[in-house]
Ligand binder design. Sequence first.
Ligand SMILES: NC(=O)c1ccc[n+]([C@@H]2O[C@H](COP(=O)([O-])OP(=O)(O)OC[C@H]3O[C@@H](n4cnc5c(N)ncnc54)[C@H](O)[C@@H]3O)[C@@H](O)[C@H]2O)c1
Length: 308
Amino acid sequence: MQALVTGGAGFIGSNIVEALVADGHRVRVLDDLTTGYADNVHADAELVVGEVADEDAVAGAVEGAEVVFHLAAHRAVLRSVEQPLATDSANVHGTLTVLKAAADAGVGRVVYASSSSVYGGAAELPTPETAPTWPRSPYAVTKLTGEHYCRVFAELYGVETVALRYFNVYGPRQRPDSAYAAVIPLFIAALRQGTPAEVHGDGKQSRDFTYIDDVVAANLAAASAPAERCSGKAYNIAGGCAYSLLDLLDILGGILGVEWRADHGAPRPGDVRHTRADISAARNDLGHDPKVDFPEGLARTAAWFSNR
Ligand SMILES: NC(=O)c1ccc[n+]([C@@H]2O[C@H](COP(=O)([O-])OP(=O)(O)OC[C@H]3O[C@@H](n4cnc5c(N)ncnc54)[C@H](O)[C@@H]3O)[C@@H](O)[C@H]2O)c1
């Protein structure tokens, strides 16, 4: 199979590229390298540096692809609050550009990276896909808009599309050193350096953390599941269990063999209190079940940091 991975130089995309190459597929990456790194891209994949909102760049990159994994996006919620126009251009116009190019080129399927943020803190836990969506940031609006475009392209333009709502993904290649880094690499870095972990609020907020290998497996399943079951739909992709930030620090402290300390700051505006996904739809329609539990995923992630 020939695949295009947009955002394939980033954390999740580069792990998908690696799995595709390992399975013997031909892979092209389209990435503008804003938050991704060229050296994340597997040597056997072709890297095209360009933007997903650039029609010509996307038309060239999509040529010959049977499947597109569309991950390129401005990922950080805070950045979207500070730069809503840039986030909209990359995430909404970028997604529309990818879908249109895929339809024009006769691509069979587009697998789209959506986000649990579309729920905006659902009242129902575990949260099924039928729960109301209530985006609370420009980022979440763009991810939900992308889902609607995916559904409309499946209905009107004959491109099969599957949207995956990831819940807090973590694992190797997720970096602690960007202005908008995620909590797990930040906490691992703090504990390794012996500095206090910066916790927003009381640390009892909980998340359904999802190990990267399970996200990669979900993408591969979404690329091949029967269209009559999954095309035009959106699925929760999550570990299926919730852990608080204090639980996270306890487990990491045990893995790294250190006493942890935390600096508690003000809760972040817009942060939801708890997330936990109902993952039965992905199990039924995509045949996908997460395999890596949280302590095991954290141990693998900490080992990756130690070996870097
Ligand atoms: N990490 C998570 O927990 C999480 C959760 C939910 C959804 N997602 C989604 O998964 C996808 C990948 O996220 P990630 O964590 O790997 O982030 P990342 O920042 O590591 O990867 C995004 C990649 O897209 C590239 N990119 C950004 N804007 C682009 C543009 N306009 N044109 C071309 N390339 C561009 C970046 O250079 C980067 O390589 C994103 O769509 C994100 O919204 C991630």
